[in-house]
Design a protein around this ligand. Structure first.
Ligand code: ATP
Length: 404
């Protein structure tokens, strides 16, 4: 049995607690999936999926009894999440299980089982390795499906020929791992991305599909992943466009704090991806992928603005400002990054903050009766500031008198 060296800095103390508790309960305990893959690849490890042969919920309760913290149990899947007190991270505790798919694309029925069965239910060989943690077995690598070999060869390989039909989200996962690590799909695996598995993919709910695209936008190589999905026929199936690779560096752009725009790689990913489409195409994509209201509105707004951009070009700052203020700031910001239109930058940095000194209270003090006139006057004053027709308080006052 091969033993892996696990550097102590990769191994939080709390994992030792979990392993010790599992040993006390006589439950073999493993780290599985991403941890083992990334450990062997020597890339950063940030995921701790703990699998026990026995009962993860019982282990979780024992951990809470011994070390405190909070347990959230999912009885249907025999899993639990342990949130230790005073720790930032939480731990997924999973009961080793087998899975049966009753019909393509359905969620599986699960049954506690051996670690070997648990590895067999996984997506790819490179994700189907385990390293044992409890007692004297610490560091033992379990690799019954040839994951280490495929990892060394840079190959993404499913474990059986029905894999993509059982769970077509694995088609997305294949593109993600392949492009993230610069690997390639085994030819037999590539051949399984076919009419049957794509047909099953088309039956998935919008929420499940969107989640897969969300995960892609979190990745550095998102453009290549989408282009791979295009080759697979996935993008065409949902009438989704190509992603312009030139937009990718824009995702690295973090909005400066003064913009008040939250950092949101996923949201901006969708905006750059869809902003060249017609708004009715975006509306139907938003329906199919179950966009939430914020994302839908921002994507439609970015496309709308993009179409109006050439008509706005010769406008005065006040016209730009009053028009742009109707749209979400995130959409204006995304369009600015994508087009470099300087008026959009001026709006974001400067124009939108320009307000007249006179307020409604001043108008009231001058005895102007309350009504729509207030808004008209204040808007005219603001436009004059924006367009440089008023440059100081004295000039503003003169204009106000002329307007009254
Ligand atoms: P990542 O770096 O992408 O987070 P990960 O391996 O940690 O990689 P997760 O999505 O957290 O990925 O899944 C953890 C493990 O669960 C995977 O390594 C894989 O073994 C298994 N898994 C996840 N999703 C599936 C799936 N759809 N089908 C089969 N096994 C899956």
């Amino acid at each position: 049995m091969r033993h892996l060296d696990i550097a102590p800095d990769l191994f939080p103390n709390l994992l030792s607690d979990i392993a010790a508790q599992a040993a006390r309960l006589n439950m073999p305990c493993y780290l599985v999936g991403g941890f083992v893959r990334d450990l062997l690849l020597k890339t950063s490890v940030n995921d701790f999926d703990v699998v026990v042969v026995g009962d993860a919920i019982r282990l979780g309760n024992a951990l809470v009894g011994e070390y405190g913290g909070k347990l959230t149990a999912h009885h249907k899947f025999h899993t639990a999440v342990w949130q230790p007190s005073n720790a930032l991270e939480s731990f997924d505790l999973i009961t080793a299980r087998s899975e049966t798919y009753h019909h393509p694309g359905a969620l599986p029925t699960v049954k506690p089982s051996s670690i070997e069965d648990d590895l067999r239910r996984r997506d790819f060989t490179v994700n189907a390795m385990a390293v044992r943690l409890d007692g004297e077995y610490f560091g033992a690598l379990l690799d019954p499906l040839g994951g280490e070999h495929d990892l060394a060869q840079g190959v993404i390989r499913v474990l059986h020929s029905r894999s993509f039909v059982d769970d077509p989200t694995r088609i997305f996962r294949a593109a993600r791992y392949e492009q993230r690590y610069g690997f390639h799909l085994a030819p037999e695996t590539r051949a399984l991305v076919n009419q049957e598995s794509l047909g099953t993919l088309s039956t998935l709910s919008g929420e499940r599909l969107r989640h897969e695209f969300d995960l892609i936008f979190e990745e550095e190589k998102a453009a290549r992943m989408l282009s791979r999905l295009r080759e697979f026929g996935v993008l065409d199936m949902f009438h989704l466009p190509e992603f312009n690779e030139a937009c990718l560096p824009l995702l690295e752009d973090k909005p400066a704090p003064e913009f008040g725009i939250p950092e949101n790689r996923i949201l901006f990913g969708y905006l750059f991806w869809l902003m060249n489409l017609q708004t009715d195409s975006i509306a139907s994509i938003a329906r199919r992928l179950d966009f939430d209201a914020e994302l839908k509105m921002a994507a439609l707004a970015a496309a709308h603005l993009k179409m109006d951009l050439s008509a706005l070009k010769i406008s005065k700052p006040s016209a730009w400002t009053f028009y742009l203020e109707k749209f979400p700031l995130t959409s204006v910001y995304a369009l600015w990054l994508a087009t470099k239109e300087s008026a959009l930058g001026s709006f974001l940095v400067q124009w939108r903050h320009i307000k007249p000194a006179v307020t409604g209270n001043d108008l009231k003090a001058r005895g102007i009766p309350a009504g729509p006139r207030y808004k008209e006057i204040l808007t005219q004053l603001r436009a004059a500031w924006l367009d440089g027709e008023v440059k100081n308080l004295e000039e503003e006052k003169e204009l106000l008198i002329a307007l009254l």
